[in-house]
Each structure stands twice: as structure tokens, then as C-alpha cells.
Design a protein around this ligand. Structure first.
Ligand code: FAD
Length: 596
């Protein structure tokens, strides 16, 4: 079994260059942020990932969370790890200092999420959802709700969940049936929620459920959904946990991956109604949930990066030790480890280059998130918000789809041993598989991208980003012969993205079904080209630094190599995707549903 080791250098590089750390350090509230702080925090978090979370990953997968008579027990070691996690203050990293958080920018918090997810994704889902509940309450909760729940959510004493899904309401939340009836200062909630991650467990003293439900007089559809805080234990006046609320965990799912994370069916109100408290105004629950979901979608995108990195490290270790065959052209002499075979190196380069590109784009989005919240200029905040909104479905959809491919390549590198559960490689592929499904499937991300993000605003934000991508051309031209192939590949790919974007703008209003038929290829195109842009930028930075000093030579030379590989091997896929977007809709819809 390999041991996870945080890719600190690449993370620091991406935080500095793509999130734009120096600019973020100058924003209000970031006075203490600098490269030294980043290094110190990353190093400590990396030790926690390696020393505490990683050793529990496989045993958590094998044993899984257990359900018995409504009681859910986390896998052995998880509870202790969670206590350590909370005690170290990791839970409230980006939370407001008003509630005991550390107020760190997202461009630091997100890389930490990446590390912990690489080490143990099933475990990390619990704090990730807790952070999401903090986010939703901070924006929409009353002073009383904030005072009651925030300090303990930030400290990690209590954990949080997100309750949207019902048997008949998955992607389509307008079908939610759970209802809430007013009763004095609270509501009585009744209904069934399914697939609730960490909906019941024994790691924390209380669980704060954010539940979507309908009021008696609510309008039909998504405009009639409200949000409620429903705690597992009611909270006493002194803030301690009191009587058990009317919520029962009926069962947990038996699923393909993330076995350490209990996915719960929760019955609300079997005995008269669970006590819940309205968050914000009635009928605005879905809008509020999106505050949390957008954040969580970026987080799930980072899960994709995390699993891809872990799968790469695991495959690399195997490739360095597995001896098979001789080097190409050699008929005698020593047999070699498989990393000497060009095709194995191709697979490892693919895994590595894609992971670096996804990391760069994810951190770039985290930088936009920080600027959208903290920049002193309102116009710049709005510009960054628009960019973040555009990139959120791309980071979520593209990074998770690639994580599945990378998990699969990791198995391929390990041959039959990859397919065998004994080596642990299969777990990464199994765990990666959920990331394209929850927090909105790739199809739903792509609909969001072509609809609210590109179609509705006639491509304005996308075309502005594309214009930024084109600005790199001058730098690549100045870099001369060594970057000539990269320059040509990027220019061609950006042309394809622009043509596809304009095609979507032209077709979205008049022929929405035609546009939707190529939404996922467009999302993949966007990610592939934005990834190429990031890698070309990385190459130019690495080249300049290599020329200026001998420091970090190995890292920078490798960065040049992975960037070149990305632009020469992976970016050309953009041409095919662009062609699919602009010419492939009709054949997608050629068969009527009845003809399948
Ligand atoms: C392990 C796990 C953990 C989860 N955790 C949580 C949680 O904590 N809280 C919570 O509330 N939910 C959770 N979920 C639920 C998850 O968010 C849903 O499974 C997901 O949103 C998809 O809904 P669905 O399963 O009903 O699929 P469906 O909505 O039935 O979708 C099936 C297929 O149809 C496609 N499709 C549906 N509608 C459209 C459309 N309009 N356009 C294009 N394609 C469409 C989808 O892309 C998908 O391919 C979890 C699920 C799992 C499996």
C-alpha cells in the first residue's frame, strides 16, 4: 500500500500563481496571509492527512459505516480522528472569526480540503457538509440561529447535513413533498429524505440538519420550498443538547464507494413532527440552499482533484516497483520496472498533467471566490462573482468526470493488481464514481453552464474569459521556438471554445433542446481548454524562473514537461469536442424516445 504525501510544491505554486495569493493577501481581512503562512498551514494539514486520515481510508472502505436499530456507527478510528480534526481547529478554517473561526481565505482552505480528501474522502464529507451549513446560516440565518448553532458547528462539536433529496425528487427538487406546519416559535416537519450523507453517526454530540420542506400554503414548484434547521437533539436554553428530536435513521445505503460515509434514509416526524426552525424568509429555501451548494460544488470538484492525485500516487509507486519485461529494443539484460515502458509513462503523464490542470483551475476559482467576497471595489467583486459562477459547474463537472477516468487509468497502470481489491487501487475508482453524481450530476452542471451561465447572459462572462486566454499568446510568442507548439495548440483550442460558445449563444434561446443535447461536450470542452490555458501559463512561469535561478529546478522542469504534454496530448481533444458542440446536436436527438 502506498502512503499519501501531499503535493506541497504544486499546491503552493497553484495558490501563488492561479489563485493569486499576493493579490489576495492585500484584500481586507487577509492581513496575516503570506507565503510563509501558507507553507506552515499546508505542512501541518499534510501531516494530518498522512498520519491520521490516510491510515483509516482502507479500513474505512472495508468495514464501512454500520447501521443497527437506527444507530449508525462510523468505521473504527473515525471518531477519534474527528475529535483530533476538530481539536486542531481545522473545521473552522474559513469560518468567520465572530464564531471562533480563523477567517482564512478560500484559496488556502480549498487546498487543505484537497489534501484531506486525497487521504480519506469518506471522512471528509462530514466536515465539508458542516462547512456548507455554516455558509448557509451565515448568509441567511437569524441572529438567534447563528448564536445557537454557529459556534458549535465552527468548533466541530456538532456536524451538519444537507437534506434535499427525496425518492421522487432528485435532480428535480420542485417535486419535494416534505412539509412543515407552524407551531408557536417553530415548525413541525414530516417527510422522508434519502441519500443524506453523514445524516446519522456517532462522531459528534449533535447533528444540525438543513432540511428543504414546504409550508402549508406554499406555491407549487421550486418557488414554494423553504429551508429549516432541524437538530438531532433539541438545544436547551443554556446551549447544551437536550431532548431527542423526531428524526429516525431508517437505513443506510449499500453502495459502490465511500463506504466509510453513511448515506442515510431519514424519516422526519413519525411521532408527530420533528421540531424545526425556519431559515430566512418562507419559500426561499432553494435559493438559500444554492449558497451552500455552489460552495459544495467547488468542494466536490476538489474531491475530483484529490482522488485523481491519490490514484496517481498509488499507480506511480506500483510502476516504480513492478518489474516486467525489458526496455524496448533490449533482448537481454535486466528486466525493468514498468515505469520504463513508454505506454506506462504515457498513462502516468496523463494522470499527472490532468490533475495539475484541474488543481490549477480549481484554485483559480477559489481565488475568484475570495475576491468576490473581499475585494473593496463593488464592480470587481461582481466581475469575480460572475467568473466564479461560470467556472463552478466547469470545476465540478470536468474535474469529477476526469477523476473517474484517472481512477480507471490508475487501475490500468497496475494491471490485474489494479483490478484486485487487495491493492487498494480499486477504491479510488469506486470513490471517484460518486463525484459526478451528487451535488448535481454532470448533466445538471452542464445545463447550468449553458443556461444560467452562458445562454442567459449571451456569453458575456465566457467571452471575457476567452479574451483573457488569448492574452497569453503574446507571452508564448515571445518564448520562441520552445513554446511554439504549445502556442499553436492553445490558439486552436481557444478558437474552438469561442466558436462553440457563440454557437450556443445563437441556439440557446430558439432551440434549447438542441443546445442541451451538447451541453456536456461543451462543459468538457470548457474544462479542457481552461486547463490548457492554466498549463500554458504554468509553462511560461516555470520557464522564466528556470532562467532566473537554480532554485526548485526539478519541480519547474517537471512542470514544463507536464505542461507540454497537456498541450500536445490532451488539449487537441478540444478540437473534437468543439466540433461535437457545433455539429453534433442533431444526431443526439435523431432517435425519438420511443425508438430506443
Ligand atoms: C452517496 C450519495 C450521497 C448523497 N448525499 C446527499 C446529501 O447529503 N443530501 C442530499 O440531499 N442528497 C444527496 N445525494 C443525492 C444526490 O444529490 C442525487 O442522487 C443527485 O442529485 C441525482 O439525483 P437522482 O439520484 O434522483 O438522479 P435523477 O435525478 O433521477 O437523474 C438520473 C439521470 O438523469 C439525468 N437527468 C435528470 N434530470 C435531468 C435534466 N433536467 N437534464 C439532463 N439530465 C437530467 C441525470 O443527469 C442522471 O444522469 C446523495 C447521493 C448519493 C448516491
Amino acid at each position: 500500500m502506498s502512503t499519501y504525501s501531499a503535493p506541497l510544491k504544486d499546491m503552493q505554486f497553484a495558490i501563488a500563481e492561479f489563485a493569486g495569493l499576493p493579490g489576495i493577501a492585500a484584500l481586507p481581512g487577509c492581513g496575516e496571509v503570506n507565503a510563509e503562512l501558507v507553507e506552515a498551514v499546508l505542512t501541518e494539514a499534510g501531516k494530518f492527512a498522512q498520519g491520521v486520515l490516510d491510515p483509516l481510508n482502507r479500513s474505512g472502505d472495508q468495514r464501512g459505516a454500520q447501521w443497527r436499530d437506527g444507530v449508525v456507527t462510523a468505521p473504527a478510528g473515525f471518531r477519534d480522528a474527528y475529535e483530533q480534526f476538530a481539536a486542531a481547529g481545522w473545521n473552522g478554517l474559513a469560518a468567520s472569526t465572530d464564531f471562533g473561526g480563523q477567517g482564512l481565505p478560500h484559496c488556502i482552505a480549498m487546498p487543505l480540503q484537497e489534501m484531506w480528501n486525497s487521504a480519506n474522502m469518506a471522512f471528509c464529507l462530514c466536515p465539508m457538509l458542516t462547512t456548507g451549513v455554516q455558509e448557509a446560516l451565515t448568509h441567511h440565518g437569524s441572529a438567534a440561529l447563528l448564536q445557537t448553532y454557529m459556534p458549535k458547528l465552527v468548533s466541530g462539536e456538532w456536524t451538519g447535513t444537507m437534506n434535499l433529496t427525496e425518492p421522487q425528487a432528485g435532480s428535480d427538487l420542485s417535486a419535494i413533498r416534505t412539509h412543515a406546519v407552524p407551531e408557536g416559535d417553530h415548525y413541525r416537519i414530516q417527510g422522508t429524505k434519502i441519500f443524506i450523507t453523514w445524516g446519522e453517526h456517532d462522531m459528534a454530540a449533535n447533528i444540525v440538519h438543513l432540511v428543504l420542506a414546504r409550508l402549508p400554503d406554499a406555491p407549487e414548484g421550486v418557488k414554494g420550498i423553504s429551508m429549516f434547521v432541524v437538530p438531532k437533539f433539541l438545544v436547551n436554553a443554556d446551549g447544551s443538547s437536550g431532548q431527542r428530536n423526531d428524526i429516525r435513521c431508517v437505513s443506510i445505503e449499500h453502495k459502490l464507494g465511500i463506504h466509510g460515509s453513511p448515506t442515510c434514509v431519514l424519516a422526519y416526524g413519525d411521532n408527530g413532527g420533528a421540531v424545526g426552525y425556519l431559515v430566512g424568509a418562507p419559500n426561499r429555501g432553494l435559493e438559500y440552499m444554492f449558497t451552500m451548494m455552489n460552495h459544495a460544488r467547488l468542494g466536490v470538484g476538489m474531491e475530483g482533484v484529490a482522488i485523481a492525485e491519490r490514484a496517481y500516487q498509488h499507480a506511480l509507486e506500483y510502476a516504480r516497483t513492478r518489474v516486467q519485461g525489458r526496455a524496448i529494443g533490449q533482448r537481454s539484460g535486466d528486466r525493468v520496472t514498468i515505469i520504463h515502458h513508454p505506454d506506462v509513462r504515457r498513462m502516468l503523464m496523463t494522470m499527472r498533467a490532468q490533475t495539475e490542470a484541474m488543481r490549477a483551475l480549481g484554485y483559480y476559482a477559489a481565488g475568484a471566490l475570495d475576491r468576490s467576497k473581499r475585494h473593496p471595489d463593488a464592480q470587481e467583486r461582481a466581475r469575480q462573482q460572475a467568473r466564479l459562477d461560470l467556472l463552478t459547474p466547469v470545476v465540478k463537472g470536468w474535474s469529477t468526470e476526469l477523476a473517474v477516468e484517472i481512477g480507471s487509468l490508475g487501475e490500468q497502470v497496475q494491471g490485474g493488481m489494479g483490478f484486485d481489491e487487495e491493492t487498494g487501487a480499486a477504491q479510488y475508482l469506486r470513490d471517484a464514481r460518486i463525484t459526478t453524481i451528487y451535488e448535481g450530476t454532470t448533466g445538471i452542471q452542464a445545463n447550468d453552464l449553458i443556461g444560467r451561465k452562458v445562454g442567459a447572459e449571451k456569453g458575456a462572462t465566457a467571452l471575457a474569459l476567452i479574451a483573457d486566454m488569448r492574452e497569453l499568446d503574446a507571452g508564448l510568442a515571445a518564448a520562441g521556438e520552445r513554446c511554439a507548439a504549445m502556442r499553436a495548440a492553445l490558439a486552436q483550442a481557444v478558437d474552438g471554445l469561442e466558436a462553440a460558445t457563440r454557437w450556443l449563444v445563437d441556439h440557446y434561446q430558439q432551440e434549447p433542446d438542441v443546445a442541451a443535447a451538447v451541453a456536456v461536450p461543451y462543459l468538457k470542452l470548457f474544462g479542457t481548454v481552461a486547463g490548457g490555458w492554466m498549463m500554458a501559463r504554468a509553462a511560461l512561469i516555470a520557464r522564466e524562473r528556470l532562467g532566473a535561478s537554480a532554485a526548485d529546478h526539478e519541480f519547474l522542469a517537471a512542470k514544463m514537461a507536464t505542461a507540454r504534454f497537456y498541450l500536445e496530448h490532451l488539449l487537441p481533444q478540444a478540437g473534437a469536442l468543439a466540433q461535437t458542440v457545433t455539429g453534433g446536436a442533431a444526431s443526439t436527438l435523431a432517435l425519438d424516445p420511443t425508438a430506443f
